[in-house]
Design a protein around this ligand. Structure first.
Ligand code: LLP
Length: 419
């Protein structure tokens, strides 16, 4: 569900024609619909409303301050994975009790900053990390709230969509070791066990792995109770998939909530979710101009001014993104084309062997479902300044991140000057 639509054959984001933004801002740019992302947050919040719950948007998916600000104002919490992301949530004024800190490699400085901020909990991924948190908390003379991220070892074979998501042994504490590690944590003087965490992958398009994982961790929660360890926060991670292609029908947040809450059956825990993609993925597009149309003998290439440095997902995951024109024309013939960027790599493409109605040099295209893991994964490869980000609110829009300049890119570089 999103608020991008055609009106008189012009592509609009909410009430603003994307072409109008392109003319004012230049291309390429990312455009986000605030109404869409707030709607998605609200759908999650409502779906879990019958349970004590907190939706902690996963900042890594799209960390623009204006996006975070909009979500924070609607009551979102945040799932962060770095000191940088902590600074972002600080800037939008999100209280610590709505912030969870995930990630396998938390540094001392990051732990210190998060403790000072008063985050709700650290989702701990290893014994050495637990020890480090204890040390830092001891030095600061505070109690560090922790959960252990448990790897539930859900059989990926039955769920081919997510099998790569589960081959991630660097994540979490093995299920079989969980009780022992919890006991260790419970004995630490400056660590306070406040819950359990589990995240099993991203872009999941079936409910069963979520349910299987929950079943396993519920067994663990019972076992922990027997050892006097009480789980108050149950963080079930993110990972709900979105439709990228017409015909994709991943479960809705409501279906996810219904399945999980049925399993939980009133267990007195605060359920935390960390959705990223499901909130912002379809709330954003990447708008790009066609630089050239190159007609080869076998293939037609549509060469755009955006490249893989701006949106990396097709290049590294062979991910599908819809490509649509800003101006729809029904008198054009359909052609099979490759939509490619200007970068010197064969992997620099947005779409391959795609049926598109004929496009001409200078025309504008939107690459869809680019709101999550789009701008945040962009780079300056080929010394290309990162593009502008625009947020639309109703009939207004604002540039919420300026386009970078080449001068900015070179600012931190210097020649080796001999003394
Ligand atoms: N929580 C944890 C601990 C995570 O590692 C992630 C994503 C999330 C929450 C949010 O997952 P989501 O709801 O967005 O699926 N770059 C890849 C996706 C990487 C996901 C990493 N972890 C992509 O472009 O598809």
């Amino acid at each position: 569900m999103d608020y991008f639509h055609y009106q008189d054959d012009q592509l609009f984001c909410e009430e603003v024609a994307l072409e109008q933004i392109a003319q004012a801002v230049g291309t390429p740019f990312y455009c986000y619909s605030e109404r869409t992302l707030l709607h998605h947050l609200q759908v999650f919040q409502q779906a879990f409303a019958s349970q004590d719950s907190l939706i902690c948007y996963s900042v890594k998916a799209n960390s623009n301050l204006a996006v975070l600000d909009a979500l924070a104002k609607q009551g979102a919490g945040f799932d962060i994975v770095s000191g940088g992301e902590l600074e972002r949530v600080r800037r939008v004024g999100c209280p610590g009790e709505r912030v969870v800190f995930s990630g396998v490699g938390k540094s001392r400085a990051e732990i210190q900053a998060a403790l000072a901020y008063g985050v709700r909990m650290f989702n701990v991924e290893s014994i050495p990390e637990l020890q480090r948190i204890q040390e830092v908390a001891l030095a600061m003379d505070v109690a560090a709230p922790v959960t252990l991220r448990i790897n539930p070892d859900v059989d990926p074979k039955t769920h081919p969509y997510i099998s790569t998501g589960l081959k991630r042994n660097k994540f979490g504490i093995p299920f079989g070791e969980a009780v022992a590690v919890y006991q260790q944590a419970a004995q630490m003087s400056h660590v306070q066990v406040v819950g359990l965490d589990c995240h099993i992958g991203s872009q999941l398009t079936q409910l069963s792995p979520f349910v299987d994982a929950l079943k396993r961790v519920m067994v663990l929660i019972q076992a922990l109770k027997g050892h006097g360890i009480e789980i108050k926060n149950l963080d079930l991670g993110g990972g709900l998939g979105i439709p990228y292609e017409d015909g994709d029908t991943p479960p809705s947040p409501a279906e996810l909530a219904a399945a999980l809450l049925e399993q939980l059956d009133g267990m007195p825990v605060t359920v935390i979710l960390e959705p990223g993609r499901a909130i912002v993925g379809n709330a954003g597009v990447l708008v790009t101009r066609v630089e050239y149309v190159k007609k080869g003998e076998q293939r037609h290439f549509v060469i755009t001014d955006a490249g893989m440095n701006d949106l990396l997902r097709p290049a590294i995951y062979n991910a599908y993104h819809g490509v649509i024109p800003l101006q729809r024309k029904f008198d054009r013939e359909e052609q099979v084309v490759d939509v490619v960027g200007p970068i010197c790599e064969t992997g620099d493409f947005f779409a391959r062997d795609r049926y598109l109605s004929e496009v001409y040099q200078g025309e504008l295209l939107a690459v869809r479902s680019a709101g999550a893991y789009g701008f945040v994964m962009s780079s300056n490869y080929n010394t290309r300044p990162r593009v502008a980000e625009v947020l639309v609110r109703g009939d207004r829009y604002a540039v919420v991140r300026k386009r970078e300049s080449v001068a900015q890119l070179l600012e931190n570089e210097s020649l080796f000057e001999d003394a």
